[in-house]
Design a protein around this ligand. Sequence first.
Ligand code: ATP
Ligand code: MG
Length: 340
Amino acid sequence: MDCFDGSPGQFRNFKKDDFEADWIKVAECRFGQVYRAKLKLWREICALKCFDTTLNASNFYRRILEENSTIAKVKFKYIVSIYGLCHEASAMVMEYMSNGSLNNLLASHNLMWPKKFQMIHEASMGMNFLHSMKPPLLHFNLKTSNILLDDHLHVKISDFGLIHWEKGMNKKLLMEYLTARGNISYIPPETFTQCPDPPGTSFDVYSFGIVMWEILTQQKAYAGCSVTTVLLQVSQGKRPCMEIIPEKKPHECEPMINLMEQCWDQDNRNRPQFSEIVRQTEALSEILKIPGPMQCPKNNDEGQKSFALMISPIHKIKMPDLPSDDENGKEGFISLLKKK
Ligand code: ATP
Ligand code: MG
């Protein structure tokens, strides 16, 4: 470990040798890999997000170096902590989130309503923190794979600050970055239409609306549709289908759905700020609070654990009948989306 780094507000620079030798690959992505490794000095398991420097992922690594002092200051309960960098591996060294991403959890487990509400609220807490920084730290890459889960299935926002909007930057470039990462569903329409305004906080609010839908429905928005189809439909004001939200739902779902619709409003000026969103999600998750351990059923250990966590494994993953994106599938696509 470099002793001269790591002063408050600066990243430490770790050496490869600061970690025990057995790095375990957690995920392989288009732009690099994520490893789990133990830091010898702290005896702490960390995650290393390694950027493939031969691809345009190197832009993201460069960005962390440039924004070192801002990103290093971000410390909050609902944000994944970044411990430093490992230049030797072109990696960002961060808190290891033992339960992986929300994206994976939504596909593998049924979540009970109170848990869904709690996760929405915790994610809004994290985003509100980033936007309350001066100037606001815009995420631009908010999606369920960047919402990670700790040992107790509480959520934290990850991979913030890697994409930066600079004055004079071309929106086409931002679109290219994001579509290359498979983020098309989370991009607000004004990014790919003629709107001259630079993207601001309302960009992340839109992405959050899509995240809310994915949590409430446990489906992927616009699954099976091509990029072109999504761009076209979204620019015309269409959004993911509401009928997918189960009919048997608590009353509190209605205000949560209203909030989600405000977040993805076509006109970015009508979208609420996170300071307002977080107040609403707080009130709603408070009403639908997760029962304490005293109220858990006591039939067996597994049942008690599932109840306490408010999740249960999906044994047979049920996929909706998704339309293909050809001429014949167009009819089906429309029914997947709801016109506002
Ligand atoms: P992007 O690069 O746009 O953020 P992504 O989120 O799909 O795309 P990665 O950030 O490389 O790709 O993450 C891939 C997967 O690695 C995540 O979905 C998650 O399962 C795992 N992962 C990432 N960071 C951590 C972490 N800090 N702790 C544990 N697992 C992690
Ligand atoms: Mg990520």
